[in-house]
Design a protein around this ligand. Structure first.
Ligand code: F6R
Length: 366
């Protein structure tokens, strides 16, 4: 049932070209410049008039929510707040009937996320669910929503469910942008045509697996790791750090690259790997300065770069390429090498990657 792979996690990492494709199937129409989301169609007016979107989730799903914040604000121009469900529910937050709450959950059973939904619902907000498990509790509690269609995820560490959540949020952002008229038709057509090609670009990103395994050998005994990114690369850094700590038990932190000098820079030494999302997008030059700051302190840099990059490659100790794509799709591509890096490091350390200690697949207690 692991389909020839050593672990479910690896199988699920490799399934991503398909699972991302399944999430978009029947939903995007690049030639017409249209996104069709049957699940939220009836609520189109609600989205158009929403004063604010509040995204609630836990763990990896919360990271997907942060990516959603970038996408929805950038394209649909609706203010977004992303909340840990467990904090939100106990805070007496200000919620009105003009707010939309998007709850993101792979399992659809996470206790804190469910409680956050119930509270927001009682205050009159409209609730949308982005869930993977069909027929689970969160879709039933929600007014409407969309399924991610990633298929069953067995590995406790979320991989394909995360990229499917990000895909679903991308679709929602484009959908709202089109309805609100905050995106030019030509731009939307270009983005949707590129989105359609993302599964094949993810396939290409997976080809760095051998190189990533070699890099993992060098860092398997690390005690700490720092992940840095800017823009939507920041949630990718957070997700990379979470993946590494949960399956390899190496202490890892994700930071916005510019925040490094406000504290974590003190940790840099010749041992600790600093993994930097340094792809060619709007923050490229800024990230290059951050890499220089690390190198000036003799830090070790593993850079995630755009295919063909030479500038970062010259500075970094190790570089892993991902295909070039519009910045909107950076999280879908940059996540892949980070998943493989934690997987190989954990395997080399002899960890049980599919069932890490102390963790459960769905957290139904608060
Ligand atoms: C991390 C992980 C957890 C879950 C979190 C939320 O790999 O799997 O952090 O993301 O427990 O679970 P769901 O998405 O089922 O609500």
């Amino acid at each position: 049932e692991k389909g020839g792979y050593d672990h479910f996690m690896l199988k699920e990492i490799y399934e991503q070209p398909r699972s991302i494709g399944d999430c978009m199937r029947g939903r995007i129409y690049p030639l017409e410049g249209k996104v069709k989301l049957g699940g939220i169609k009836e609520y189109t007016e609600k989205f158009k008039n929403a004063h604010r979107i509040i995204i609630v989730a836990c763990g990896t799903s919360w990271h997907a929510g942060l990516v959603g914040e970038y996408l929805i604000e950038e394209y649909a121009r609706i203010p977004v707040e992303v909340e840990y469900a467990s904090e939100f529910r106990y805070r007496n937050p200000i919620i009105t009937e003009n707010d939309i709450v998007i709850a993101i959950s792979q399992s659809g059973e996470t206790a804190d996320t469910m409680a956050a939904i119930e509270m927001a619902k009682a205050k009159g907000a409209t609730i949308f669910g982005i869930c993977n498990v069909v027929g689970s509790s969160i879709p039933r509690l929600s007014d409407a929503g969309i399924y991610t269609h990633a298929g069953p995820e067995i590995g406790v560490a979320s991989t394909k469910a995360f990229t499917a959540q990000v895909t679903a949020l991308t679709l929602m952002a484009f959908y709202m942008a089109e309805k609100k008229g905050t995106i030019a038709q030509t731009k939307l057509i270009a983005l949707l045509s590129e989105l359609e090609r993302i599964p094949s670009l993810v396939e290409r990103a997976l080809q760095s697996d051998g190189l990533i395994r070699e890099i993992s050998e060098k860092f398997k005994d690390s005690r700490n790791a720092l992940f840095l990114g800017r823009g939507s690369g920041f949630p990718v850094a957070l997700e990379g750090a979470l993946k590494l700590k949960e399956i390899s038990y190496i202490h890892a932190e994700g930071y916005p690259a510019a925040e490094m000098k406000h504290g974590p820079i003190a940790l840099i030494d010749e041992q600790m790997p600093v993994i930097v999302i340094a792809t060619k997008n709007s923050s490229y030059e800024k990230v290059i300065s951050n890499i220089q700051e690390v190198k000036a302190r003799k830090g070790v840099v593993i850079a995630i770069v755009t295919e063909g990059d030479t500038e970062v490659v010259r500075m970094a100790d190790y570089s892993i390429e991902i295909p070039s794509a519009d910045e909107a799709f950076l999280p879908l591509l940059a996540t892949i090498p980070l998943q493989l890096l934690s997987y190989h490091i954990a395997v080399l350390r002899g960890c049980n990657v599919d069932q890490p200690r102390n963790l459960a697949k769905s957290v139904t207690v608060e």
